[in-house]
Design a protein around this ligand. Structure first.
Ligand SMILES: [Zn+2]
Ligand SMILES: [Zn+2]
Length: 349
């Protein structure tokens, strides 16, 4: 079978490998669609502390069950399924509390197991036990089903920050995660969703598809505060979601949030300079809650896939590019150039 092998920074090659064979407790998925993720791009550009090359990346995928081990129950050959890449242990302190995203020994397909950027991928049967395999209905494409992972991370963030009916939500960052946050905020009843980003390309795309209510290009010299004031009668946004990795954005969030507002730090910050220098007096005197979020739970994943299946969240809108596996390097370049939202690999052979 053909796979894209990550050999180190900016080095991915297409190679031929033996098709994986299912042990008694695994099943094999023939991959039909796999999305490039921002975290794959980070690994491609900077490496990853937990990944030792050679490694097949790819953790956002869907496909058809090709073979099953003898102990596997719950899927059969021919089933169309999406699989969440995170595999919680199921029995630690956090797993017991239903907080599997905090699991002490969580494993991930694409990090601890070979990933989905290849024709076939081995799926540990543990995924069935913990509830991270979802059957795809006939009227949903593999491509859309493959977006369950990024969607569910945003969904967990939304649950943490508690977006509610009538909120004015400001989202800093209009990549795939920012877009999902905009869609989810509307679904949760936000009165107004403002999408802001320093580069205009993705904002324009979001505007053409009416993903938010207002769009703002953050340029030096423009009056961002004045703009937010004009939309909020001077109060600021009730919820501000930082959907990018910039420290400056986090500081801005605390300035632009209303009294009694909530700020969600959705993404990680550069590891060499993660200190934020937030204005503590703003947090105190405005009674701001600043929160973080990470990953998702199996329960949330099942909900996310259902939102995609029912089109309550329109996954199609996120897909801007489709490429064959051989062009994976070009796919990363599209992301670097900020020209894409989701790039999908949909041809493997
Ligand atoms: Zn991802
Ligand atoms: Zn656990």
């Amino acid at each position: 079978m053909k796979v894209a092998v990550y050999n180190g920074i900016k080095n991915i090659t297409i190679e031929s490998r033996e098709k994986p064979v299912a042990g008694p407790d695994d099943f094999i998925l023939k991959v039909k669609a796999a999305a490039l993720c921002g975290s794959d791009l980070r690994t491609y550009l900077h490496g990853h502390p937990k990944i030792t090359p050679p490694q097949v990346l790819g953790h956002e995928f869907a496909g058809v069950v090709d073979s099953v081990g003898k102990n596997i129950k719950g899927v059969k050959v021919g089933d169309r399924v999406a699989v969440h890449p995170g595999i919680p242990c199921g029995h630690c302190y956090y797993c017991d509390r239903g907080e599997q995203n905090m699991c002490e020994s969580r494993k991930q397909i694409g990090i601890h197991y070979q990933g989905g950027f290849g024709e076939y991928v081995l799926i540990p049967g543990k995924t069935l036990e913990v509830g991270t395999v979802v059957k795809i209905p006939e009227d949903c494409s593999y491509e859309v089903a493959a977006l369950g992972d990024p969607l569910v991370s945003a969904m967990n963030g939304q649950e943490v920050v508690g977006t509610k009916m009538g909120d004015i939500v400001l989202i800093l960052g209009s990549g795939p995660i920012g877009i999902f946050h905009a869609m989810l905020s509307k679904l949760r009843g936000a009165q107004d969703v403002i999408l802001a980003n320093p580069s205009p390309g993705r904002l324009q795309y979001a505007k053409e598809h009416s993903i938010a209510d207002h769009y703002y290009c953050i340029n030096e010299g423009t009056d961002f505060r004045g703009y937010i004031d004009s939309l909020t009668e001077g109060r600021g946004a009730d919820v501000v979601i930082v959907a990018n990795t910039s420290v400056k954005s986090a500081c801005q969030a605390v300035e632009l949030v209303a009294k009694n507002g909530r700020v969600l730090l959705f993404a990680g910050f550069p590891k060499e300079a993660p200190q934020l220098g937030l204005d503590g007096n703003l947090i105190h005197y405005k009674q701001i809650r600043v929160m973080g979020s990470l990953g998702s739970t199996p329960r949330q994943y099942q909900m996310a896939e259902k939102l995609l299946f029912s089109k309550r969240i329109d996954g199609e809108l996120l897909i801007t590019h489709r490429i064959p596996l051989e062009k994976i390097n070009e796919g990363f370049q599209l992301m670097i150039d900020g020209k894409s939202l989701k790039v999908i690999i949909n041809k493997f052979d």
